[in-house]
Ligand binder design. Structure first.
Ligand SMILES: Nc1ncnc2c1ncn2[C@@H]1O[C@H](COP(=O)(O)OP(=O)(O)OP(=O)(O)O)[C@@H](O)[C@H]1O
Ligand SMILES: [Mg+2]
Length: 331
């Protein structure tokens, strides 16, 4: 994992984020290990896709990386600086440089404020701008995301879902961040609008030199946009590879199952493909299985998988997998 270190923008080392879980009476019962010893790096200018089933910890990982949440343990490096322990005001420059766009553009936009007020609020993170400069920036960003300067005076409910997501993007990019956490930004949109928003994000990435962490439920959405992809299962990463490599040569049984769940448009290919079904229920995050978290649903599980916590290993350059029984060692 040590290649091209100078290009790395953001890195997690053994990162953990646990939430206390309470019972019906509010007593502390157990912990939810939403993010459990994650190691990853994201290179400057790339899009790192993050996929996994609902509740596996994708949003928690993203939000901990951008320091919306305090990590439980481990460390986060942003541009080589350890930002793990920063508190209060120390976090302001980090938050300006790492922004987020949300899944639901409606609930993330204040209904009582028009677009101008929403954007102005975001600009308070940038000091030393005159009111003319602020105005100029707001007009410029609205044009960049495909809205009109006059849209500034409208309220969120006056826009369509796709347009609202454009406002969310404008708000995030107004402060000229380097990193953008895109947390399922197209899942709530009509299929016809999804491609437009993805294209916009790609254009803006090139124009502004941005780095993305792009979170999605399933693998069908992220191939096109991602440089590399990480697959998450119950708080842990199980596989990381370049986007094409992951689709052409998936190694972890969980990745294979996720991929085989994608419907194939070509009926011939669909007939040839072997579907790997996931057996069993997704375990509760409060009672995760011992050893390899996936062993309770894995058709290849052995006795050792119940006790042994698998480590990520690099099976070919840049292709990491946590299962010790797949992929051999091609390097
Ligand atoms: N603020 C919180 N307090 C307590 N538990 C939380 C909190 N946020 C998340 N969790 C728990 O942590 C686990 C991971 O949640 P997270 O939202 O990160 O998953 P996700 O992969 O983003 O899911 P989804 O695809 O549904 O968005 C879940 O069990 C969730 O209930
Ligand atoms: Mg989420």
């Amino acid at each position: 994992m040590e290649n091209n270190r100078n290009e790395i923008l953001l890195e997690a080392r053994d990162l953990c984020k646990y939430f206390p879980a309470k019972d019906f009476f509010g007593r502390k019962k157990a912990e939810v290990k939403a993010v459990d010893k994650i190691n990853l790096y994201i290179r400057k200018g790339e899009t790192f896709g993050l996929v996994g089933e609902s509740g596996c910890g994708k949003s928690t990982l993203g939000r901990t990386l951008i320091r919306m949440y305090d990590p439980t343990s481990g460390s986060i490096l942003f541009k080589g600086q350890d930002i793990t322990g920063l508190k209060g005001k120390q976090l302001l420059p980090v938050h300006r440089q790492m922004q987020i766009i949300f899944q639901d553009p409606y609930s993330s936009l204040d209904p009582h404020h028009n677009v101008r007020e929403i954007l102005k609020e975001s600009l308070t993170a940038v000091s030393g701008l005159s009111s003319d400069e602020m105005e100029g920036r707001m007009v410029e960003i609205l044009k960049k995301v495909g809205l009109k300067p006059d849209d500034m005076y409208k309220y969120a409910y006056e826009f369509s879902g796709g347009q609202r997501q454009r406002i969310g993007i404008a708000r995030a990019l107004l402060v000229e961040p380097e990193f953008l956490l895109c947390d399922e930004p197209i899942s709530a949109l009509d299929v016809s609008i999804q491609a437009q928003v993805v294209n916009l994000l790609e254009d803006l990435q090139k124009e502004m030199g941005l780095t993305y962490l792009f979170v999605a439920h399933d693998l069908s959405m992220v191939r096109h946009i991602s440089t590399r992809i990480g697959v998450m299962y119950l708080g842990r990463l199980v596989e990381i590879a370049d986007s094409d490599e992951l689709y052409e040569n998936p190694l972890h049984p969980y990745t294979k199952a996720l991929l085989s769940a994608i419907p194939l448009a070509d009926p011939k290919l669909a007939a040839q493909s072997r579907r790997v079904m996931l057996s069993g229920e997704l375990p509760s995050p409060m009672h995760v299985p011992t050893g390899c978290h996936f062993h309770t649903r894995c058709m290849y599980a052995r006795e050792e998988c119940k006790n042994h916590i698998p480590e990520m290993r690099e099976v070919s350059p840049g292709h990491f997998v946590s299962c010790p029984y797949t992929g051999g060692n091609k390097s």
